[in-house]
Design a protein around this ligand. Structure first.
Ligand SMILES: [Zn+2]
Length: 127
């Protein structure tokens, strides 16, 4: 006996959950009749489903509801802070180059001291 049939595991889950089409049900049922491993897996899945169906649903107290609301609000505040920091970073990234451009804008005559630099044309005067 093989430990399990990987090709049929998901089909068995869907079969027990009532999620298969009739033709798929017939195909899986036929396999289960000839495969002991799948028959055992189906039995386990059916037992688990029966247990889940009868398990009580835990009630949430008012204190637990308040605690969950506080946690949700706290995590929302954290995200708001992150958005504010991201917006501030974008504004700074735009503001710094703009201020730098207007503060150190070159004059029309070029940078200061340009007249005193000797060029090859200053050395030899063309008549
Ligand atoms: Zn099988």
């Amino acid at each position: 006996m093989r430990p399990h049939c990987p090709d049929f595991e998901q089909d068995l889950v869907l079969l027990v959950g009532g999620e298969l089409e009739p033709d798929q049900v017939a195909r899986v049922e036929e396999h289960v009749r000839s495969c002991e491993a799948c028959a055992k897996l189906r039995a386990r899945l059916e037992r688990s489903q029966a247990l889940l169906a009868t398990a009580p649903i835990p009630r949430i107290s008012n204190d637990e509801m308040k605690l969950m609301a506080l946690r949700a609000r706290a995590s929302g505040g954290f995200q708001l802070r992150r958005r504010f920091l991201a917006a501030a970073a974008v504004i700074l990234a735009l503001l710094v180059p703009t201020v730098t451009y207007f503060t150190f804008q070159p004059t029309e005559s070029g940078p200061r001291g340009c007249d005193t630099i000797a060029t090859p044309f200053d050395v030899e005067e063309v008549p």
